[in-house]
Ligand binder design. Structure first.
Ligand SMILES: N[C@@H](CCC(=O)N[C@@H](CS)C(=O)NCC(=O)O)C(=O)O
Length: 207
């Protein structure tokens, strides 16, 4: 079945799995064991020189970066279904939130994770850097909460795969220890996205 998704459970590729499920696109899955170094094996690196998941191969074209994959899937399968906006200003709003999530929110999250999280060796931790990163992430969460307050969605007033993608990322921010409950619109939106059948199917299948 085309496309083929290379993924690892509970990784950035989980975002792509949720998006594929929301769109109802049939796809083949290739599961990699990151701890066993599967992403660094020659056959995979030929397809993705970054040695990371997700990777989507569609019609022979290897596509890396989860945002690029979501945009491609949205354009290809989402517009007719009303799950991704057609070209125009609503499309721009979709791109804005997808890019913001990985570039602006993602920068703070990444700095926080490197400075304070259990998946980086403790001797590399840095309390001051963690504090600064935490403040940046908190600011981003407040921005997201304010954006969600009017309609409960990021683009227009109905659910799109932009909600699915960004919520999947924000769920991970919660796992890092940020208190999402103090942002009421964000918390309600996250619970709604996580409760959707597509997200539940991915969760039941290991993430
Ligand atoms: N910016 C990339 C990030 C992808 C990424 O960092 N993937 C991690 C897993 S969450 C990975 O595959 N790491 C390779 C490894 O641990 O061997 C995206 O959004 O697709």
């Amino acid at each position: 079945v085309d496309p083929t998704l290379y993924y690892a459970p509970n990784s950035t590729a989980t975002i792509t799995r949720v998006v594929l499920e929301e769109l109802g696109v049939p796809y083949d899955k290739v599961k990699l064991d990151l701890r066993a170094g599967d992403a660094k094996k020659a056959d995979f690196v030929r397809l993705n020189p970054n040695a990371k998941v997700p990777l989507l191969v569609h019609d022979g074209e290897p596509i890396f970066e989860s945002v690029a994959i979501t945009i491609h899937l949205g354009e290809t399968y989402g517009v007719d279904k009303g799950l991704f906006p057609p070209p125009g200003v609503k499309r721009a709003a979709a791109l804005k939130w997808l890019v913001w999530t990985h570039v602006t929110l993602g920068d703070g999250v990444s700095r926080y994770a490197h400075a304070a999280s259990s998946w980086v060796p403790e001797e590399q931790h840095n309390a001051k850097a963690a504090e600064a990163a935490k403040a940046d992430v908190e600011r981003c969460l407040a921005i997201l909460d304010e954006a969600l307050a009017p309609t409960g969605h990021l683009v227009g007033s109905a659910f799109t795969i932009v909600d699915a993608h960004v919520a999947s990322f924000v769920g991970y921010v919660g796992i890092l220890g940020f208190d999402l409950k103090k942002h009421p619109a964000l918390a309600a939106w996250l619970a709604a996205c996580e409760g959707r059948p597509a997200a539940q199917r991915v969760e039941a299948d290991g993430g």
